[in-house]
Ligand binder design. Structure first.
Ligand SMILES: N[C@@H](CCC(=O)N[C@@H](CS)C(=O)NCC(=O)O)C(=O)O
Length: 244
């Protein structure tokens, strides 16, 4: 089989953020890729290279924001869209249309939750610092941890249960299992107390999370320097005052 050409992933260099969902799928696929903004300028990398796309100085479909993926001349943005492009090419989603649509539905639901997580520390404006919106962040987070985490987690648990308890979709591991792993890991980091409170609801999902972490390519990735640690610049941030 001819060697596959390399993908180029464009995402902010210092955070897991939304780019991490794409990184996990590329890693599990064993696909060659450059994490472009993390490369040195001498290697053709860095944030200015990413900005050129956002500023419309490069060809292809204009991305609104990162992550975006370049495959040859194709430029693909929106996390869930990137994943639904990659997964069938690497056997990370069942071939049947119903399963692919179902997987995309789940990934979009994960994206909804990720957006809500972001809004816990930025409830008023993306352009303001967290420090400039702390009272609103506290108010928003109190509802988020009480109402939204249990509702989303209950939903994903039901989906898993209805599919036999081992995989979210189909009869083998897919990209949505990887994304669910990332979602739970992020929630654990940001809101450990809330996650502890719903421990009883989490049994099956915890098993899935552990199975993903133990997959050989994922385990190697998590232990590597390619995996950026969670931090307070990303989407999943641990602020003790918001760990309600
Ligand atoms: N719905 C998009 C959201 C993309 C997005 O918000 N990207 C962030 C980084 S995680 C960004 O830098 N956005 C620029 C902006 O919103 O101005 C996705 O899931 O990929």
């Amino acid at each position: 089989m001819p060697a596959r050409r390399r993908y180029q992933l464009y995402y902010w260099p210092g955070i897991q953020g939304r780019g991490e969902f794409v990184r996990l799928t590329l890693e599990e696929a064993g696909a060659p890729y450059d994490d472009v903004a993390r490369l040195r300028p001498s290697e053709g990398g860095g944030v200015p290279t990413l900005m050129k796309f956002l500023d419309g100085e490069e060809g292809g479909m204009l991305p609104f924001g990162p992550p975006f993926l370049k495959d040859g001349r194709l430029v693909i943005a929106q996390t869930a869209n990137i994943l639904q492009y990659l997964a069938p090419r690497h056997g990370l989603v069942p071939a049947a249309e119903a399963a692919r649509v179902g997987a995309h539905q789940l990934q979009l639901t994960i994206a909804d939750l990720v957006a809500e997580v972001h809004d816990t520390h930025h409830p008023i404006a993306v352009s303001l610092y967290y420090e400039d919106q702390k009272p609103e962040a506290l108010r928003r987070t109190s509802h988020f941890v009480k109402e939204r985490i249990p509702k989303f987690i209950g939903y994903f648990d039901s989906v898993l249960d209805r599919n036999g308890g081992k995989y979210l979709i189909g009869r083998k591991s897919s990209y949505v299992d990887l994304s669910l792993f990332q979602l739970l890991s992020g929630l654990d980091y940001a809101f450990p107390k809330a996650m502890k409170r719903i421990a009883r609801k989490l049994g099956r999902l915890r098993d899935l999370q552990a199975r993903v972490a133990a997959r050989s390519r994922i385990a190697a990735y998590l232990a590597s320097e390619r995996r950026i640690p969670f931090n307070e610049d990303g989407i999943f941030r641990h602020y003790p005052e918001l760990d309600l």
